[in-house]
Design a protein around this ligand. Structure first.
Ligand code: FCB
Length: 460
């Protein structure tokens, strides 16, 4: 069975991970630029200074997507290219860059989906407290308003913020992502301001744009390691912290009941006024899906008291369990909890140890082909179960700068040689191309036909 008509088949990237030249043409520095240049933060001392040089090569990358028959491209705008200090003075050359990118996409019939914030806060705002400063939410709304004014005539899909839970946990609790704080008490403040920022942006959009706006959340089913009441309660807390903390205020106008007791005196909830700002009609939810987690009770883990149990099953290079049925589970649960909200899978993909391109220009990546086939099948099952799923974006178009792992985790449909910037389409790129062209109808044939896909691991 094909997917519903109009289903968007696309690939995703984000600004700091692919563009390179973060300070070019008047752009201001951002927190990832500073973080990556601090010694010891990134594997191998890597930075996003060059990345995939998408900033200069976007025309070729757009042509490549068109050749693959993709229908859509999800990318993010670097706030500090448009507003070098995060607010105040605008940088015309930054606007010009995204104008040209959008026009190149439209000229090739690729639908742009723009993320306003994929983690690269302008340093000018970080120096005023970043997401710990309540004003940052309003400044984000102002930036969003400028972006809508400049681009919403041509951009039909907008994502306010990418993965607020990861910003909060890895940026402010674990300190492994920018800005590198390690203070669990900051989490509720950051969460509240990310939610308020989302609210201001949606509010601005209703005045300016007539397309669709949503948020991209990373969701994963949380399973208890055992049937014990302690493990079950730990799984509930982890689910509240990771999955519901950002969804429930936006979609249901409430915060999960588990959160206040996890923080005690440090809890900072949303006031009724803030909740009204945050809970606004949403056109869609973007779901980034990679894995499930299994947890057991462990009081030493703040704030959830839930420790992740490493999986013994098939895993990706970063250790995440390959668990396609979790995508169906996630999409159905989201649908049931929120009354049939429209959904896009805004990211799904896997890092595996790819071979280098052969002399003939082949990069066989059978594990990724199997991963994508099984996850697209899982998405189809969710549609069969009644979920209003409207698109599927692979993370990622290109191998790129994978945050604190540098260039060690390839996710691309397209291999990038970071010495020469040469792009080589992988088997998974050919597979996804077939999936897109057939609207998901002939996945097994496409998987079998993808060169190098002779030894596919079996499905789930
Ligand atoms: C997601 C991020 C994306 C990329 C993938 C692997 O959490 O949104 O930028 O790092 O993971």
């Amino acid at each position: 069975m094909p997917f519903p008509s109009g289903f968007l088949w696309g690939a995703a990237t984000s600004a700091y991970q692919v563009e390179g030249s973060p300070l070019a043409d008047g752009a201001g520095p951002n927190i990832w630029h500073r973080f990556a240049h601090e010694p010891g933060t990134i594997l191998g001392g890597a930075t996003g200074d060059v990345a995939c040089d998408h900033y200069h090569r976007f025309q070729d990358d757009v042509a490549l997507m068109a050749d693959l028959g993709l229908g859509a491209y999800r990318f993010s705008m670097a706030w500090a290219r448009l507003l070098p200090k995060g607010r105040g003075r605008m940088n015309a050359r930054g606007f010009d860059f995204y104008d040209r990118l959008i026009d190149a996409l439209l000229a090739r019939d690729l639908v742009p989906m723009v993320t306003l914030y994929h983690w690269d806060l302008p340093l000018g705002l970080e120096d005023k407290g970043g997401w710990l400063n309540d004003d940052t939410a309003r400044w984000f709304g102002d930036y969003a308003d400028l972006a809508f004014r400049a681009f919403s005539d041509r951009v039909p899909y907008w994502v306010t913020i990418n993965e607020p839970a990861v910003i909060m946990e890895k940026g402010y609790v674990l300190g492994v992502y920018a800005p590198g704080h390690r203070n669990v008490a900051e989490a509720p403040v950051v969460a509240r301001n990310l939610l308020r920022a989302h609210g201001y942006a949606v509010q601005a959009y209703r005045d300016r744009g007539d397309g669709a706006i949503g948020i991209a959340v990373n969701l994963q089913p949380v399973w208890p390691a055992s049937d014990s009441p302690d493990d079950r309660a730990a799984a509930e807390r982890a689910n509240a912290w990771r999955n519901l903390q950002f969804l429930d205020p936006i979609l249901l106008g409430q915060s999960p009941a588990e959160l206040p007791s996890m923080f005690g005196r440090d809890w900072r909830g949303l006031s009724p006024e803030d909740m009204a700002l945050v809970r606004q009609p949403m056109d869609f939810v973007g779901v980034n899906y990679y894995t499930r987690i299994v947890v057991r009770a462990d009081p030493s883990v703040a704030p959830t008291g839930a420790a992740i149990v490493p999986s013994a099953n098939h895993r990706t290079l970063v250790g995440w369990e390959v668990f396609p049925s979790g995508l169906t589970e996630t999409l159905v649960a989201l649908d049931r909890r929120n009354g049939g909200v429209p959904v896009y899978v805004t990211e799904c993909g896997a890092a595996f140890a790819d071979a280098s391109p052969s002399a003939g220009g082949e990069v066989p990546d059978p594990e990724r082909v199997a991963f994508l086939r099984d996850h697209i099948d899982a998405a189809r099952l969710a549609i069969d179960a009644g979920v209003d799923l409207r698109g599927f974006f692979v993370w990622s178009l290109l191998d790129n700068f994978e945050w604190n792992s540098g260039y060690a985790l390839p996710y691309g449909l397209v291999h990038v040689d970071f010495d020469t910037q040469q792009r080589t389409v992988k088997s998974s790129g050919r597979f996804f191309s077939q999936a897109a062209r057939s609207n998901g109808e002939r996945l097994d044939a496409a998987a079998a036909g993808a060169r190098g896909a002779t030894a596919l691991p079996s499905g789930h």
